[in-house]
Design a protein around this ligand. Sequence first.
Ligand code: SAH
Length: 253
Amino acid sequence: MVHFVGAGPGAPDLITLRGARLLENADLVIYAGSLVSPALLSYCRESCRILNSAEMTLEEIVEAMQKAEERGETTVRLHTGDPSVYGAIREQTERLDALGISYDVTPGVSSFCGAAAALRAEYTVPGASQTVILTRMAGRTPVPERESVAALAAHGSSMAVFLSAGMLEKLRAELIRGAYSDETPAALVYKASWPEEKCIRCTVGTLAQRAEENGIQKTALVLVGDFLEGGPERSRLYDPAFGTEYRERKDQG
Ligand code: SAH
């Protein structure tokens, strides 16, 4: 059996309990070496074989899983953050389906959650935005035109931009082609939850300069939106003038 496991953003205690137990019991671990912190591998048994998928092709990864399966072994495929976000798991599960190898998926804390925690921020601040857009700039992997950063930025929602820290001037131009301006609050979060984490608050106009000053080119998220400054309104949920199923409305006065 193959277990796809979300490793979380980096800190070894941000993996789920289920994910840690699966690592403890694995015979083979194939981890995304360019992004998963090696500290996570401390959960593995000494006898566990460990492969770094950054040095492998899809064919080699699937072959390693297949060989382990033939030996009756358990494989963990360890992805950074949550496997469902830019994890490239679909191409693996399709091949496992074709080979008749069973698998399951254990979710993880995505880096966009790790980054918000590092900034102590909420994406869905009333009055600022009630929507979070997770996206990326087109790079070597294209993005459909209808989902260009400019088209998405037209909504003025909270945005978490993955895989784009190396093209911040282009990102700025796209954001401004949408609904943002150079003054819109932005942040760069480098290696959220790793010991070398850096949180840089800036604006859309200063993203590139601040990244350069801090030597940030990859493993960073770009967050954009008014949520970074809070919002003008408080939530309805905890408002005394707003009753809920669990609490009666309390009129002040
Ligand atoms: N599945 C992952 C994303 C993989 S794509 C997740 O759910 O987070 C890789 C991109 O994720 C990186 O280019 C970077 O933008 C972001 N990323 C991954 N880990 C990060 C971390 N600890 N801090 C900041 N950004 C991170």
